[in-house]
Design a protein around this ligand. Structure first.
Ligand code: NAP
Length: 338
């Protein structure tokens, strides 16, 4: 029994149920995997903290083939409803903490809110988490002027005098442009002079008179009593130190994979903590596949389409694995949905 609230289905957290596939993660990689596994007629559970993953941290997507330009939330909704249309069960608000291989080759997947299910194969599509600067004041003032999501928090700074945005990638530039419409002054602080951000975003930021580029510069400290009051930055070339009086700092310096979770699951990772996979998205543990931002594939080019492609390949490989191992028997036609 499920309730549909505000467009999102509230599904009870399953306990004691058996699935062909459990997909961990509800971003583009996980939902694409679920679209394909359900098309292969595998019973599929998607368990995730949220639906959308990194897509929730961006506003607008204009490079997903066939969609023209659209709001990121609309693309998330399209992925979700597509997976559900084919019969995937999606449970959100749950953090998966354990994926344990059982004696018979299946997996026990456990997590918060009592999640406890078994699966014949698992697809890890857990994405990555926002990277921290690890400077004094950052943790203490988190949520009190320190933010890791411009798209989510920019409106909270409406009418303020100034903010810092840190980073040189798409997220930093998208954030700086967005924030320049809410605050009087934006300092874009980046550790070198070259940018990873797409050229059109760089051009857009350059055209905004209230964005000041502070380059070759790193953040040394975030200061403030109860809220952010200033950010101390140091020029790496000249050694010059500046204290920028600001109301907030948006740290947009990329992502890190959940290294400890992978250690617990036992899949091999590279030195940065990303899950090692082969071209069929197979991990070092037989029966566990991985897809999307959490993997070693196409590092440096994290896009919705690359995540979706990996999800599709992981689903295909999981299907082949289950059929080759005799772990999946096609259902009689009478049990199939029309
Ligand atoms: P990113 O592309 O990895 O860029 C991270 C930036 O932060 C880089 O400029 C990096 O500097 C800098 N950085 C990393 N660690 C740092 C540290 N410890 N101190 C200071 N600076 C540091 O990350 P992102 O911008 O969050 O984007 C992540 C992915 O999402 C990308 O694939 C991006 O294309 C995608 N995305 C797309 C959009 C869009 O298309 N609208 C919007 C947001 C994100 P260096 O350059 O010197 O390494």
């Amino acid at each position: 029994m499920s309730l549909r609230l505000g467009g999102l289905k509230r599904v009870k957290v399953p306990r004691g149920e058996e699935y062909d596939i459990v997909v961990v993660g509800g971003g583009p990689a996980g939902l694409s995997a679920a679209i394909y596994t359900t098309r292969f007629l595998l019973s599929t559970l998607v368990v995730s903290k949220d639906v959308g993953g990194q897509l929730n941290l961006t506003n607008w997507i204009d490079d997903y083939p066939g969609m023209g330009g659209l709001e990121a939330s609309k693309l998330v909704e399209a992925f979700r409803s597509h997976a559900e249309m084919f019969g995937a069960k999606i449970v959100t608000g749950v953090t998966v903490t354990g994926v344990e291989k059982l004696g018979d080759g299946r997996f026990r997947v456990t997590g918060s809110r009592g999640l406890d299910v078994t699966a014949s194969a698992v697809i890890l599509a857990v994405g990555s988490e926002r990277r921290k600067l690890r400077v004094p004041g950052e943790d203490r003032l988190a949520g009190r002027g320190v933010s890791y999501c411009s798209v989510c928090d920019a409106p909270l700074f409406k009418g303020k005098d100034a903010v810092v945005v840190v980073g040189g990638g798409d997220a930093a530039f998208e954030g700086a442009v967005l924030l320049s419409g809410y605050v009087k002054k934006v300092y874009l602080v980046h550790r070198r002079r070259g940018f990873r951000a797409k050229p059109y975003l760089v051009e857009e930021a350059r055209s905004r008179p209230n964005i000041e580029f502070v380059l070759d510069t790193v953040v040394k400290e975030i200061r403030g009593e109860d809220r952010v009051e200033s950010v101390v930055v140091v020029n790496k070339v000249t050694g010059e130190e500046r204290e920028l009086k600001v109301d907030g700092i948006f740290i947009e310096i990329g992502n890190e994979p959940p290294r400890e979770f992978f250690e617990r699951v036992g899949v091999e990772t590279d030195k940065d903590g990303y899950v090692k996979v082969d071209e069929f998205m197979r991990t070092s543990v037989e029966g566990i596949f991985a897809a999307g931002d959490c993997t070693t594939v196409w590092k440096g080019f994290r896009q919705v389409i690359t995540a979706a492609a990996m999800g599709a390949v992981a689903a295909y490989s999981a299907y082949n694995y289950l059929t080759e191992k005799g772990l999946y028997k096609p259902k009689p036609l009478t049990q199939l949905k029309a």
